[in-house]
Design a protein. Structure first.
Length: 325
């Protein structure tokens, strides 16, 4: 019996994510929560011929608690999205307190769940989630993840686009470390498998496109929001990886995590000087099993890493400051 709770299910990421979950046949129960429309979306999904029972809840009648009760996996996509001219940090004011309140309820209702945070700015919202769980005395770093899979998806996709021809994006494995916004996103093309052979100028533009891929969509949508379908795709890929790990497979994915709480993470945190960071994580039956070492990186990537860390420190401090109020 596997239950997933989707918080923010009526949003433009939450709804396609709920469809992917229902269509996958990987769940016995899918609970949707949002401030509007969640029961209607649940009814709609229940006409699909897969086994999962779908329930939708609103804030009244303890809807959030009912959604979370007994959940094995929780994905939080609730919150507002960017408009042109905004950075992810501009979302902080609105989304930060939402995340705090949701995680206070998670701490009370399903502290054992594996929790995935999609709500931006992830570099700060994950810190808030961790602090809320910590304050409640139930923080287990191996079960809390900031979802950065879209950066990994983009790193493969944009490399294939740059290489042209019949290159299949899924043939390229490119680790992406750091965080999930602008210069904090660091694709490690020096470690790409198979190698991505591009001249320096093209490589620099591909790296920049991965770092600022979110802006490309914000601009293209002309005020109608930011990434939704590709984010739902990436979020679902991460959820699937968590499930595979839970079912006993050895699987790795990148995620933004609290490094000192993971085996192998303390060393990375000490070396980099940040506690929250995206690394490749090995997933197992109870969540993250270990943080994998970053490995050898190029001179240019080392320079970009310094920039990423500087920006991340500010983002982490922003998250911590809300929780110390
Ligand atoms: C993205 O990477 O596209 C998302 O985080 C949405 C955004 O605001 O860029």
């Amino acid at each position: 019996m596997v239950k997933i709770a989707l918080i923010g299910a009526a949003g433009q990421i939450g709804t396609p994510l709920s469809l992917l979950c229902k269509a996958s046949d990987l769940f016995d129960e899918i609970c949707l929560y949002d401030v509007v429309h969640a029961p209607g979306i649940a009814t709609d999904l229940m006409h699909i011929d897969t086994k999962a029972k779908v329930h939708g809840y609103l804030p009244d009648k303890s809807g959030l608690k009912k959604t979370l009760d007994g959940a094995d996996i929780v994905v939080v996509t609730a919150g507002i999205a960017r408009k042109p001219g905004m950075t992810r940090d501009d979302l902080f004011k609105t989304n930060a307190s939402l995340i705090r309140d949701i995680f206070n309820e998670i701490a009370a209702t399903c502290p054992q769940a594996m929790c995935c945070v999609v709500t931006n700015p992830v570099n700060s919202t994950l810190v808030i989630a961790a602090e809320a769980l910590k304050k409640a005395g139930v923080f287990e770093p191996t079960r809390l993840f900031g979802v950065t899979t879209l950066d990994v998806v983009r790193a493969s996709t944009f490399a294939a686009h740059a290489l042209g021809g019949n290159a299949d994006p899924r043939d390229f494995k490119v680790p992406v470390i750091g965080g999930h916004s602008g210069a904090t996103i660091l694709p490690l093309y020096s470690q790409a498998k198979p190698p991505v052979n591009l001249d320096d100028e093209t490589m620099a533009s591909v790296i920049n496109r991965v770092q600022f891929g979110g802006d490309e969509i914000v601009k293209s949508k002309q005020g109608a929001g930011s990434a939704t379908t590709c984010m739902a795709y990436a979020g679902f890929r991460f959820v699937k990886a968590i499930l595979e790990g839970k079912n006993g497979a050895t699987v790795t994915e990148e995620a933004y995590v609290y490094l000192p709480g993971l085996p192998g993470g303390k060393e990375i945190a000490t070396e980099l000087g940040v506690d929250f960071f995206t690394v490749k994580v090995q997933l197992g039956q109870k969540g993250a099993v270990r943080a994998l070492p970053i490995g050898k990186i190029s001179e240019n990537e080392t320079k970009l890493l310094h920039v990423a860390i500087r920006e991340l420190k500010t983002n982490i401090a922003t998250g911590l400051s809300l929780m110390s109020e």
